[in-house]
Design a protein around this ligand. Sequence first.
Ligand code: BG6
Length: 484
Amino acid sequence: MTKSRFPKEFLWGGATAANQVEGAFDKDGKGLSIFDMVTFVPKEERGAIEMDIKSEAELASLLAGEKGDNFPKRRGVDFYHRYKEDIALFAEMGFKTYRLSISWPRIFPNGDDAEPNEAGLAFYDKVFDELLKHDIEPLVTISHYEMPLNLVQKYNGWEDRRLVDFFVRYAETLFNRYKDKVKLWLTFNEINISTLSPYIGSGMLVERLTNREQSIYQALHHQFVASALAVKACHQVIPEAKIGCMLARMEVYPETCHPDDVLAALEEDQKNLFFTDVQVRGAYPNFMLDYFKKNNINIEMQPGDQEILAAHPVDFLSFSYYMSMVASGSPEKKKEKGNFFSGVKNPYLEASDWGWQIDPKGLRITLKKMYDRYQVPLFIVENGLGAYDTVEEDGSINDDYRIDYLRAHIEQMGHAIEDGVDVMGYTSWGCIDLISASTSEMSKRYGFIYVDQDDYGNGTLERKKKKSFDWYKKVIETNGADLT
Ligand code: BG6
């Protein structure tokens, strides 16, 4: 065992989102969320992004039950009723932090309600108390793909400026209620997803949009302003709290050293870093203003918006990291599929069963690059391997492939810290098996804790420790010194 490379106060833990674990989608006054509407589609019938609902007709047919009744995110893994048992298991692994999201429609069932739903607020009080009892610090995502459906139906989501007020009221409600319990916050999960999935990222039905790109960037502008106002409110209500943004980070490599490929990679990378440029540096970068001009995109800003963005940057930058991408200067090159993103195949990397190109060193590269660019603390709030697990006859689950994946990434994160990068913590994604965001599968598992449930909701929901459970426990115990 070597000396730990990780700071003493390093925040080890795991991450989930309300819509993927809670279930109880209609309990205690909760309204429907955008993800409650996504049905399970078997792999062979699947297209590119299954979760994007495009039209009012599609939504109406889902609401009428015409597309079946297998809505996996409505059932999650029943964390709503089993949170005590689950948190006890997190505590057994030694978690210092647990990243969870609050379901917006549990608090404001319609999103535009004047008053919050007390039963929803009370649920998270209980969850936070349980975490604090075990010395686990909550890290809370305010919005993780859980917009109240009513905001889609009535306003077409973030296309409408009024969403800023609804979101800020929601965020302020959370800060006031949980100010003594939660000191670490994130505004929007993977804010960049809107460019690929306007429904999930911004609550917009694309068939309602006359100019798709214009609407996406307008909606994002509203989200940027709302996020900055939430940062402001958080600092006012909980001065000792830290609040960050969250990016689905894509490290992009050029396919070759041909300058055309290098330029293509740089431009892809800029598209990704645009979001953190606004949220960390507090202003739209020139390359994006130029892109808007060339593409006839006119962002409508209200007076004072730019000042709001500049005055309230985030305290830290958090991101998810699963894979890296390759860009080519030749547009005809075939693209590989990721969860939401696609790129050219990297011949040096292996891919997961879902085609995600596994690249631990890319994590070190990305940490170094982002720290150089922003000079703010970084937090890896999602990383992990989605895989099929097998329960052996003796009940054991030997997920060595998951241990290998995590070990290699943690190792590289350690090197980045040695290289001088300020990393606050690491929360591995789906610390307990949950419903996949992109495919709604249960069989795509990330957890240290197995949950007995299949893609159709059959199973006892019993929790079982996988081999990776004890491995991660040791990693935390030794503060990352022992990764064997
Ligand atoms: C991120 C999301 O995109 O990736 C999570 O923030 C998601 O919600 C995770 O679950 C893994 O993706 P998937 O599609 O395998 O669940």
